[in-house]
Design a protein around this ligand. Structure first.
Ligand SMILES: C[S@@+](CC[C@H](N)C(=O)[O-])C[C@H]1O[C@@H](n2cnc3c(N)ncnc32)[C@H](O)[C@@H]1O
Length: 362
């Protein structure tokens, strides 16, 4: 699979001149790390609270990422050039509020569920809505040259745009120059995955008013096919059981006859091997509904964790292991959850190159 094809319209790919230091908050399984290490980044601190994500991170990078970002004193955090974080997206995405909750908007308890900065879910560490404020505190104290944040697109429209307005205002008050762009990872991996990337630069260190101070990368023109990352033989356990397959078909049928607005779930989606898939979400392990692979004379199947790893562009990890059975040390459901939460390293790398172009030339 070619991930590196660039468009003739693309500007020359920037090659950073020197190495630089990075912190990775909400580090998950290290999507920012992989993307920035590829261009000379050295991670000086990673912070994560999910015990299974911490296990995967340790296995892949031989480093302990355990640490709640609310608990760090300034002196615990080494100085660094770029702060990164894919801060929790559940507070800002309907799908996030839905996940693991069998969410039904007609149920009173779900109508009461708070979102945005007030979102909490004790099972997942609590205070997710406040993580941005925790990050802001660190940014103000440590004043990295640049920050790169990532979140679901829903962040921009949440609470009629007010949440995004507050985030921008707070970063501007902290004297950071803010740029953002929704980027679809489909230009690097065979998966539609639209995420908002936020790049910020310390106004105390840069004259950010200069013309063309920073711009996001142009997406390369690629036509990636999910067929190219599928395994030839997969274990039987990935084939949907009759019960799951029947219920997905029933949901789709029921939805077909429902008026818009009353539809629940979307049923399922069988991938076209010649094109990209839908977005892998953290709920994928439940039934695989968003990305199903057709099979001859059998029910469709889910992706395997290895295919999901490739779909997220974590190929570097695969290349480190001779035996693919050694890649994951967590259950399939945790592996899908972690991958569905992650950022695509190739997109981080592309954004990172432009951030470095700006830092090094200003
Ligand atoms: C959207 S995921 C980020 C995934 C990451 N970018 C990757 O590539 O794997 C958000 C992560 O933030 C973590 N998180 C939530 N609250 C946190 C906190 N207070 N301190 C550190 N990490 C936290 C969650 O456990 C989750 O793994």
């Amino acid at each position: 699979m070619s991930n590196t094809q660039t468009s003739i319209f693309d500007k020359e790919t920037y090659k950073p001149k020197s190495s630089f230091t990075v912190t990775e908050f909400c580090s998950g399984i290290g999507g920012f790390r992989l993307g920035l290490e590829a261009i000379g980044g050295k991670v000086v601190l990673s912070s994560e609270i999910d015990k299974y994500a911490i296990q995967t991170y340790k296995h892949w990078f031989s480093e302990d990422s355990e640490g709640n970002l609310f608990d760090y004193k300034s002196s615990d955090i080494p100085d660094h050039d770029i702060l990164t974080a894919g801060f929790p997206c559940q507070p800002f995405s309907v799908a996030g509020v839905v996940s693991n909750k069998h969410w039904d908007k007609t149920k009173p308890e779900n109508q009461k569920k708070k979102s945005g900065f007030q979102y909490t879910d004790q099972k997942e560490g609590g205070d997710q809505g406040q993580v941005f404020n925790g990050l802001l505190k660190i940014i103000k104290r440590k004043r990295p040259k640049a920050i790169i944040l990532e979140n679901v697109r829903g962040l921009l429209s949440h609470d009629k745009g007010n949440t995004w307005e507050v985030i921008q205002e707070e970063l501007k008050k902290a004297q950071y120059d803010i740029h953002f762009k929704v980027i679809d990872a489909v230009h690097w991996v065979p998966q539609h995955r639209r995420r908002v990337f936020i790049a910020g630069f310390d106004k105390k260190q840069f004259d950010t008013n200069k013309v063309d101070f920073f711009s996001f990368p142009t997406e390369p023109i690629t036509e990636l096919k999910i067929g190219s990352i599928l395994q030839k033989r997969v274990k039987e356990k990935y084939t949907l059981k009759d019960g799951t397959w029947n219920s997905l078909q029933t949901i789709r049928e029921r939805n077909r006859n429902m008026p818009k607005g009353q539809k629940k779930g979307f049923g399922y989606s069988i991938v076209d091997r010649e094109g990209p898939s839908r977005t892998l979400t953290k709920r994928y392990f439940k039934d695989g509904a968003e990305i199903l692979i057709e099979q001859k004379n059998k029910n469709p199947r889910r992706l395997t964790p290895l295919e999901a790893l490739r779909l997220m562009g974590f190929n570097q990890i695969e290349n480190r292991y001779d035996n693919t059975d050694e890649i994951f040390v967590v259950s399939d459901s945790q592996a899908f959850r972690q991958l569905g939460n992650a950022v695509v390293p190739h997109v981080v790398e592309a954004v990172g190159r432009e951030v470095l172009r700006t830092i090094e030339n200003n």
